[in-house]
Ligand binder design. Structure first.
Ligand code: ARG
Ligand code: MN
Ligand code: MN
Length: 302
């Protein structure tokens, strides 16, 4: 893993129907990101935020190049294209990309950038599968689609900006699922991706599940992209998210999982998404996002 960390903010809220998640990068920095990265033994450079046009000036239903419903897809595409380049440049410079969301649609850009000309596995810590397509999505929100977009499902097939050909679905692992839409559920079952629900974590424990996830994702030759959706955690720990679902992982389980990720030394890129300061209480979700990023990057107590 590269010692120098490059922080890239992606203050995008077009993929979610809740405003406020665009303030995530700011809240995460305010919660002490720089200090925690230093405490993880990393040298960090903050490249600031990608620019995102204001939503008030945009038309959610402006014509999009796909069938079905995908709100603000043009805007999501615009930001993801620039994010993909930023992540690719970071890796080319020998630095580690840490992407701050923004809603989860930014994963389309970070996964593509991380896997450009590389063989990369993905671990997706999330209450949701984010495996909808514009055809199956009940909401039309693109933050429910990034995993399907990366793998080229539905009308994302053959869309250069969205697909990540360097990611083999055999090396994709979803961890912590507890809220799936009906068609999304079938798509996950039919796909070669590996999925662990909260019941798997209940039965086998977070340590065994994370180790197995690393085994599966880690068979990709060039490392793993970890996508951490803060709604993976129980809403009691992380209230500041747009789509909370009861019954998530605890504070300790989340730290344990990310420490195990760090121990493997296969992490290639990391993103933390869906922090919504408007819905948060006392910036605690942003603080937790900072702590968990530090654990993933190797911070230890002793
Ligand atoms: N990244 C997220 N928080 N995704 C939530 C997705 C919710 C729902 N499954 C949808 O597609 O609309
Ligand atoms: Mn989620
Ligand atoms: Mn998500």
């Amino acid at each position: 893993m590269n010692e120098r960390v490059r922080v890239i903010g992606a203050p995008l809220d077009y993929g979610a129907d809740r405003r406020g998640v665009d303030m995530g990068p700011s809240a995460i920095r305010y919660a002490g990101l720089a200090g925690e990265l230093a405490a993880s033994g990393r040298t960090a450079v903050d490249r600031g935020d990608l620019s995102v046009p204001r939503a008030e000036e945009r038309d959610p239903d402006a014509e999009t190049p796909v069938r079905g419903s995908a709100k603000f897809l043009r805007e999501v595409r615009d930001v993801c294209e620039r994010l993909s380049e930023a992540v690719e440049d970071t890796l080319a410079a020998g630095e580690f990309p840490l992407v701050l969301g923004g809603d989860h649609s930014i994963a389309i850009g970070s996964i593509q950038g991380s896997s450009r000309n590389a063989d990369v596995g993905v671990i997706w810590f999330d209450a949701h599968g984010d495996f909808n397509t514009p055809e199956t999505s009940p909401s039309g929100n693109v933050h429910g689609m990034p995993m399907a977009a990366a793998l080229g499902h539905g009308s994302f097939a053959g869309t250069d900006w969205a697909n990540a050909p360097g990611v083999d679905p055999e090396n994709v692992v979803l961890v912590g699922l507890r809220s799936l839409d009906e068609k999304e559920r079938l798509a996950i079952r039919e796909s070669p991706v590996t999925a662990y629900t909260m019941s798997d974590i209940d039965e086998r424990g977070i340590t065994a599940v994370t180790e197995e996830a690393l085994e599966v994702a880690g068979s990709a030759a060039d490392g793993i992209h970890v996508s951490l959706d803060m709604d993976w955690l129980d809403p009691k720990e992380a209230p500041g998210v747009g789509t909370p679902v009861r019954g998530g992982v605890t504070y300790r389980e989340a730290h344990a999982a990310l420490e195990i990720v760090a121990n493997r030394k296969v992490l290639r890129s990391l993103e933390v998404v869906e922090v919504n300061p408007i819905l948060d209480s006392g910036n605690e979700t942003a603080s937790l996002a900072v702590e968990l990023a530090a654990s993933a990057l190797g911070k230890r107590i002793l």
